[in-house]
Structures are given as structure tokens and as C-alpha cells.
Design a protein around this ligand. Structure first.
Ligand SMILES: Cc1cc2nc3c(=O)[nH]c(=O)nc-3n(C[C@H](O)[C@H](O)[C@H](O)COP(=O)(O)OP(=O)(O)OC[C@H]3O[C@@H](n4cnc5c(N)ncnc54)[C@H](O)[C@@H]3O)c2cc1C
Length: 371
């Protein structure tokens, strides 16, 4: 029977719940909105299938991947990096695949979604910097594969690992494209942040973007839309990048390495301006495409969308999460305690970018730099 005693050992991919033949496992939310398996002991027969399917541990080593800078100029206005994800998805749909990816619902909840037509792909575009809900998704992927469909699944490497494990018998028809992942933030904090901003603005939120591509590729701020009023700030992004609200397992992630479960890895091609002068100097975006397997390489040989592409060296210094997991902030536990006990407003007052403690720390760092 699966039992999570250390939150760092479960990534919430839901594969164990969907693998259970007795439907004994449901995914239950903790106070941060992260989901963990919860076993109904009266239904469990201790068969061990849930433990076998769990893939949140290092894998055997894999061959050296190849790496390219790639951009799709016609897709970049609605993509976070260089439009690689949409190009892969469109190619897959046109080739008869079912596609899975992360979408944001009308109430701003981020969930994985199954898409069968080009029209549906729009909802899977752009990065959503919050953990996506995978409830029931590995099982749906398996159903598609069992009915003879080909599937492209996109998501974090741990989500890809869960799907690959549950669908291991059908790996030939399953193409996995993961992202380089800095870690996934708390769904509960995301929702509280939105409510807090709504009450500050005194207006209903009508849209939210984690990084609005129209503000430039190198910009890392969230855009909130209240009807005809736009608010651009970095309060939430700052909590994300300081690792104050990441899923505990992200700081022990076995996939923050080149040893990945996927065929393809997508990322921002940071440093492309220095590595390939003139290739992507316009701040509009550029993707990094890493192919790990023969099927990944074959699928990415050609795209119907116009693209610029060039081989590039793996950027060792620009992509820390390709080599190691993000380190937890020393105050992450205190942030969580304050958030749970006193709410988002109190947590942001104590730990946010405008808090006294944070500004004092920044000031001390600045003084030290000048000594
Ligand atoms: C939480 C998170 C952390 C990231 N960390 C890094 C990083 O450290 N370095 C880096 O180079 N890139 C990182 N990325 C990836 C990067 O932001 C782009 O998503 C990626 O380069 C694809 O961009 P694109 O232009 O090809 O397509 P886009 O259309 O912009 O990307 C959409 C793709 O991302 C997937 N996706 C979006 N949100 C989520 C989510 N919450 N969970 C799972 N999958 C999601 C979709 O399924 C789709 O495949 C991160 C993305 C996320 C969501």
C-alpha cells in the first residue's frame, strides 16, 4: 500500500491512483493545494501495483541527448519561449495523435486536458507557473493507447514519468515531451493570490497570464486583467523564483537532470544571444529542443510550421534545473505555516518582496557587494 511519510517523495502525478485496479486510491489535497494519494484501506488488497507504478526515483542512465535552438516566428506571439510546444502539438494532431497538456480553466485552476482537434490546442499554449492537476489523466492516456490511438503527452518530467510508467506496454505509440522545470508552485497560493488581488482592485478578474509574451521574452512578471484594466507586477513570480511555495518533491526531483523519462525536452533557450549572435536577438523568444530518444529525434526532424533552427551546446550555466533540483528557501516552511494559519495577506506581509525582512536582506547583500 502506498504511504507518503515524506512529502518530498511524491510528485502528485496520479499514476498510482489510476493504476489501482480496486479504485482504493484518491488524490487528496493538502493545505497548499498539492495532491497526494490517499488509500481507502477497506478497498486495498495490498497488491503493490501502486508502489510498482511509482516512478519518482532516479532511472538508469540514458544516452547523451542532442540540443538545438529553435524558433517558430509565426507562433511566438502566443508562446512562452519559441513556440516549440505548439509546433509539436499541431504536428501530432495532424498526424492523428491525441494531445495532452496543461490548460487554465475559467476559474483559473490549472489542469491537464485531453485535446483531439487543432482548435482545442490554443488552451494548451503558454506556461502556467503552478502545479497542474493530473487527476484521472494517466488513466485517460492509457485508455487512448489501449484503443489504438497515438498520444503526445506534454508536462513536467515527473508527470511524464508517471504516464510512461502506467503506459509502459504502449511506449511505441506514446511520445513524451517534458519541460525543463524549475519546480511547481502551490495551487492554493495561486488561488489566494488572485483573490487577494481582486479584493485590492475591487474588481472581478477576467484574465491572468504568468508571463505575457507581448511584454518581451526576458520579462518575468504576471499580468492580471480586470476588464479593461491590466495590472503587471511580480508579487507571485517573486515567491516562485525565491522557492517559497514549491511542491516539496521539487527540491528533491530525480528528473532535474539529463536522465529523463521523455523523448523530447522543451525549454527557454537562455543565452542564445551570446551562443548564436543574430539568431534570436529580438527578445521575442527562442526554444531549446533536446531530443533524448530515436522516436523524439525522428518526430522533430521536420515541422510544417516555418522555423529557424541551429545545433547548440547544452547550456550548462544557463539551465540549473537540467543538472540539479531547485534548493528550498530557508523560510519556505515558515511561509507555509503563516499562509496556512493566517492566510495569504499575512504571508505576503512577512515574506513578500515589499516586506521589511526581504528589503533588509537585499540591502545587506548590496552593501556586501560593494565592500
Ligand atoms: C512550472 C514551470 C517551470 C518551468 N521552468 C523552466 C526552467 O527552469 N527553464 C526553462 O527553460 N523552462 C522552464 N519552463 C518551460 C518554459 O516556460 C516553456 O513552457 C517551454 O519552453 C515551452 O514553451 P513553448 O514556447 O514551446 O510553448 P508554450 O505554448 O509557451 O508552452 C506550453 C507547454 O508547457 C506545458 N505546460 C504549461 N504549464 C504547465 C504546467 N503547469 N505543468 C506542466 N506543463 C505545463 C504545456 O502542456 C505545453 O506543452 C517551465 C515551465 C513551467 C510550467
Amino acid at each position: 500500500m502506498i504511504s507518503i511519510t515524506d512529502r518530498r517523495q511524491c510528485c502528485g502525478c496520479s499514476a498510482c491512483a489510476d493504476a489501482c485496479p480496486h479504485r482504493a486510491i484518491t488524490m487528496a489535497e493538502d493545505a497548499m493545494g498539492f495532491k497526494y494519494p490517499s488509500v481507502d484501506a477497506s478497498l486495498c488488497v495490498d497488491c503493490g501495483i501502486c508502489e510498482d507504478v511509482c516512478m519518482f526515483h532516479p532511472r538508469e542512465s540514458v544516452p547523451e541527448p542532442s540540443c538545438e535552438a529553435i524558433r517558430f516566428p509565426e507562433l511566438m506571439d502566443r508562446s512562452q519561449s519559441g513556440g516549440l510546444s505548439f509546433a509539436l502539438m499541431r504536428k501530432a494532431i495532424r498526424g492523428g495523435y491525441v494531445v495532452y497538456g496543461a490548460a487554465m480553466d475559467e476559474d483559473f485552476t490549472v489542469r491537464h486536458r485531453r485535446v483531439e482537434s487543432e482548435d482545442g490546442l490554443d488552451s494548451l499554449r503558454l506556461s502556467k507557473y503552478v502545479q497542474s492537476d493530473m487527476n484521472g489523466i494517466p488513466g485517460k492516456v492509457l485508455e487512448d493507447l489501449e484503443s489504438g490511438r497515438k498520444v503526445l503527452f506534454t508536462g513536467t518530467p515527473c508527470q511524464c514519468a508517471g504516464v510512461a510508467s502506467l503506459a509502459s506496454r504502449h511506449r511505441n505509440n506514446l511520445l513524451l515531451a517534458d519541460i525543463i522545470c524549475h519546480g511547481v508552485p502551490s495551487p492554493a497560493v495561486w488561488k489566494s493570490f488572485l483573490k487577494y488581488q481582486e479584493s485590492k482592485a475591487g474588481k472581478r478578474l477576467t484574465g491572468a497570464l504568468f508571463r505575457d509574451p507581448s511584454l518581451g521574452w526576458h520579462q518575468h512578471k504576471e499580468t492580471l486583467i480586470f476588464g479593461d484594466v491590466k495590472l503587471v507586477d511580480n508579487e507571485y513570480t517573486d515567491l516562485f523564483y525565491r522557492h517559497l511555495m514549491l511542491r516539496p518533491s521539487c527540491t528533491a526531483c530525480p528528473y532535474a537532470s539529463l536522465n529523463r523519462p521523455s523523448d523530447i525536452t522543451m525549454a527557454d533557450c537562455w543565452g542564445v544571444e551570446q551562443a548564436l549572435p543574430g539568431f534570436a536577438d529580438d527578445n521575442l523568444g527562442c526554444s531549446m529542443l533536446i531530443t533524448h530518444t530515436a522516436s523524439g529525434k525522428e518526430f522533430c526532424q521536420e515541422f510544417s510550421d516555418k522555423c529557424q533552427r541551429s545545433p547548440i551546446e547544452l547550456p550548462k550555466d544557463k539551465q540549473p534545473n537540467l543538472f540539479a533540483p531547485s534548493k528550498p528557501h530557508k523560510s519556505a516552511k515558515s511561509f507555509e505555516n503563516v499562509y496556512i494559519r493566517e492566510g495569504y495577506a499575512a504571508a505576503i506581509r512577512r515574506f513578500g518582496k515589499d516586506s521589511y525582512g526581504y528589503r533588509l536582506n537585499q540591502f545587506i547583500k548590496k552593501v556586501k557587494r560593494h565592500l
